[in-house]
Design a protein around this ligand. Sequence first.
Ligand code: PMP
Length: 356
Amino acid sequence: MSTYTYSAGPGMLPKEVMQEIQQHLLTFEYEGVSIIETSHRSDSFQQVVDSLEARLRRLMHIPENYAVLWLQGGATLQFSMIPMNLRNRNRFAYVDTGIWSKKAMEDARHFGQVEVIHPLIDEAGGMSFEPKLAQDVDYLHVTLNNTIEGTRFTTIPETDVPLIADASSNILAEQIDVERFGVIYAGAQKNIGPAGLTVVIIRRDLIQSMELPSYLHYGSHVDTLFNTPSTFSMYTAERVLKWVEDQGGVEAMERMNREKSDAVYSFLEHSNLFSSLVSGERRSLTNIPFTTGDRNRDKGFQQFALERGLLELGGHRSVGGLRASLYNAMPKEGAVRLVDVMRAFEEENHVSHQNI
Ligand code: PMP
């Protein structure tokens, strides 16, 4: 029986990549030297960094006027590095789409005034915002995919100010037009590699010279490894990005993610027991919150699924319920298997329901 984990992060990584890493763990370049013990200043590690960056640039079509930074501290550290580094007027706009966007705002409030913009939902359930509301601010921040709520922006209007995107849960999972944004940042642990690595893609002209502690200044990290990075995570990420390229790139990933999420959403639409918590076009391709409508039954389903090798189907601790995260490395069979197990649970419950 295959085991699948539907965790919202760290998420699944491609099995082939993990097998390759396992095989090469003890010998990176020389016999007896592991990647884990290789200097980040060595030529061989520099090749990893160069290849990692080249692959990300190819996959996301990142032009040269953007720098790619490999940092630590998760997406959470970016919640403060962004306002710290981009402030001029000390006013920032944030679209409030849920818990992660609120956390980003809370940190920004340490550096200035936050204008909160509410998302617009159209008739088809698409999600957007009113760009005119972002005036006289240093930037407008959006969370492209809301990992907890299971929603995503379907339209990003043109703005007069730089757009900043938290792409933690959809980077490489769907196509993003990089040149629309001033900064795109993401924790690696969902679609890129192991935890402990954060990628920041920043338009070079937005990097200002500022009096900041050295690590916290974006300028310190441009085209150089400023300090010891998360070497093992970067090595693994380079292998994952090769895998993404071999699969056909982000376009192929998006197609697969649509197929996987469509399979789950269409089951939820027709289920008598389970229902989706989101409707319309803003449904996320990667995070699907759902429920039976009964807390105990949700817990019962989690246990039922666990016994069948399906892990981590609980909702975020702040909202409860159920959630399936279907990132790039989740094979189609993982989505099909989830539907089969939901159907089996439904049948079991339906029978007992009729018996009452
Ligand atoms: N933003 C989003 C959209 C997320 O999903 C997460 C983590 N799940 C974060 C920010 C926080 O990321 P990290 O744990 O890497 O700090």
